[in-house]
Design a protein around this ligand. Structure first.
Ligand code: ADP
Length: 299
């Protein structure tokens, strides 16, 4: 440490040490020695006077990440600030952690969901769009994600098609496989929620029990069920991917709405009428409004 203030360094007095981007209250021990700059001799010292250089112990109020100066100049150098005057009174290099501090490890600093969310400045949530094929889940989810993104929110969209090509490529459409499909998606959504993201999930997810399972993985208020409701007639008439026609011809078994049931949500957080009476943009706006009203969106 090189001391730069007229008033000497007093061991045990509280200063502020700025290391990297962090400022932390700190105290210094009595110097182990000070160095005679002309002879490089080690001399006894009770404190450090202006322009003196010494080696001494530094104790911070809380653990901070650092590297030894020899390994990393940025994370191994610090300045000392006087608490009263705010002036810089010293500058130093860290040689190593002392043995006494050796039991403080990175793991002791809890990086939890709240910590991650506070970096992104948002409340994590899972917005779960459910409804028949062709009802408009992907369309509305896309519009909502664009809006959230433009407001500066960190989002991620999981949808039936992208997940079935990868993570769930081994699953088919039997009741068991559908359930496993949703179970995996719900678990992935939960991990992303813990990462601090706003997750948009668009899956037909026809069974109440599987949606209830997804809800059960999340904290109260973090699961937003959006019923995308066009009615079977309209969804089938749209037949965006030609799947209803295939199912009607008997070429596609277990198709939701035709020969596999869709259990409508009983109490969704948001119920959208996507049969055409309300525009796609207005449906997206309804979702955004809801998210705002419950405090998930703060911007
Ligand atoms: P899903 O993801 O539910 O299978 P898609 O979003 O792929 O459905 O398809 C829904 C179709 O319905 C799109 O072609 C969309 O343009 C149309 N559509 C018409 N009105 C609406 C509305 N109000 N909300 C959502 N989609 C609508």
């Amino acid at each position: 440490l090189v001391w730069m203030a007229e008033e000497p360094l007093v061991p045990g007095r509280q200063y502020v040490v700025k290391l990297g981007t962090r400022s932390t209250p700190a105290t210094f021990s009595t110097p182990e020695y000070r160095i005679d700059v002309n002879t490089l001799e080690h001399l006894d010292a009770e404190r450090l006077e202006m322009n003196e250089i010494g080696v001494l112990g530094l104790k911070l109020d809380r653990p901070v990440p650092f590297d030894p100066y020899l390994e990393n100049h940025d994370m191994g150098a610090f300045i000392v600030i006087d608490r009263i005057t705010n002036g810089t009174v010293g500058a130093g290099m860290i040689r190593s952690a002392s043995r006494a501090a050796g039991d403080v490890h990175w793991q002791n600093l809890e990086v939890d969901k709240a910590a991650r969310a506070s970096l992104t400045g948002q409340k994590p949530a899972v917005i779960w769009f459910t409804g028949l094929s062709g009802a408009g889940k992907s369309t509305v989810s896309n519009l909502v994600e664009k809006r959230l993104h433009s407001m500066g929110h960190h989002t991620f969209a999981l949808d039936g098609d992208n997940v079935r090509h990868g993570l769930n490529a081994d699953l088919g459409f039997s009741d068991e496989d559908r359930q496993e499909n949703i179970r995996r998606v719900a678990e992935v959504a939960k991990l992303m929620d813990e990462a601090g993201l706003i997750v948009l999930v668009s899956f037909i997810s026809p069974f109440r029990s599987e949606r209830a399972f997804a809800r059960s993985l999340l904290a109260d208020g973090e699961f937003v069920e959006v019923f995308v409701d066009a009615g079977l007639e309209v969804a089938e008439a749209r037949d965006v991917k030609g799947l209803y026609a295939k199912a009607r011809r008997g070429e596609l078994a277990n198709f939701t709405g035709i020969d596999s049931p869709y259990e409508s949500p009983e109490a969704p957080e948001v119920h959208l009428n996507t049969s055409g009476a309300v525009s796609e943009e207005d449906c997206a706006e309804q979702v955004v409004e809801y998210l705002r009203s419950v405090g998930i969106l703060t911007r």
